[in-house]
Design a protein around this ligand. Sequence first.
Ligand code: UDP
Ligand code: MN
Length: 352
Amino acid sequence: MINVKSLTAVLVSALILGVLYLCNSLSYSRTSPQQNITPNNITPKNRLSADVNAMSNEVHLVAPDHLQYEQPSIVQGSRTDVVTVTPWMAPIVWEGIFNPVLLDGIYKPKNITIIATVFAVGNYIRFLKKFLETAEQHFFVGFKVHIYVFTDRPNEVPQVTMASGRQLMVRLVPSSKRWQEISARRMELIQILIEEQLPNNRNYIFCLDVDSEFHGRWGSESLGGLVAVTHPGYYRDARSNFPYERRPSSRAYIAPGEGDFYYCGGAFGGLLQEVHQLAKTCRHNFEADAKEDIEAAWQEESHLNRYMWINKPSKVLSPEYLWQDFKPRNPEIHIVRFSGVVKNYAEIRPNP
Ligand code: UDP
Ligand code: MN
């Protein structure tokens, strides 16, 4: 015998389910026209944001429509005299291996801001003018750039005309009697600056020495999660000759037989959250060492090298990105993009 009550219950539930299903499909079809476009409908001419995934700034690269450029090869390298990838598969950036027009085409529409930090404490303020003037000519031209100058002499910050979209911000920092302290405290101030900027964590930051000038393009080819620059003084050397911190009691210690490259303290960068992690860790380790009366061989540069040994950079910049004016150019250096000026340490540093 069929129970009339349960039959009614089944029929009513089926009806409710049916109505729910209908509402559900209606709400799906009420999406924006863009989401209904199938890839077949998209002609190259009217490509819409439907096929552009804005999820990840770093890994998703969208090329501009119809950009004509030289066919890339995977069997014939444009540079065969240098190594262009690390053993952990990070690119090593050299002149000739990238297409600047293509890269700018990819990164400009992302509407990112490039933050640069530069410290000009005490006599180092004298380097700031040339640094800023040459950055205008070569550093991320055509991008939104915010340069933060940290100084104890705000009145001596030079007036430099900047292109639209580029800004200079001045932050007051205390003077110091020891250059080692000025140099090392940068990590703390960078950490604090990034903490303020982090809500917009799609942006990038580069932390640069002030006693240097730009001579060639430094642009979107250098963007990456964590970016390190190989030091011009050691890039051809065996790791046993790198001036890493060699005392195991320091938190910057790197054991013999370890280490990839020797990286510069004078230029590094990456995505905000990556550089935040780096600055915070280096600052913590530097301060913990100081409590035990240890100062690493090359202050924050030693801690940075330790950090990069453990946390591999996702992009490595060749010494084109921080050369030294006094060094004769080696044949593999096709362009010097950024270079440290010759300076008289005794004249400019607060202590020997
Ligand atoms: N610095 C500074 N005032 C000083 C010493 C250092 O502003 O009295 C900053 C400045 O940005 C400088 C950086 O710290 O470029 C690193 O110091 P320096 O360039 O002297 O180190 P080097 O490149 O010679 O190793
Ligand atoms: Mn320097």
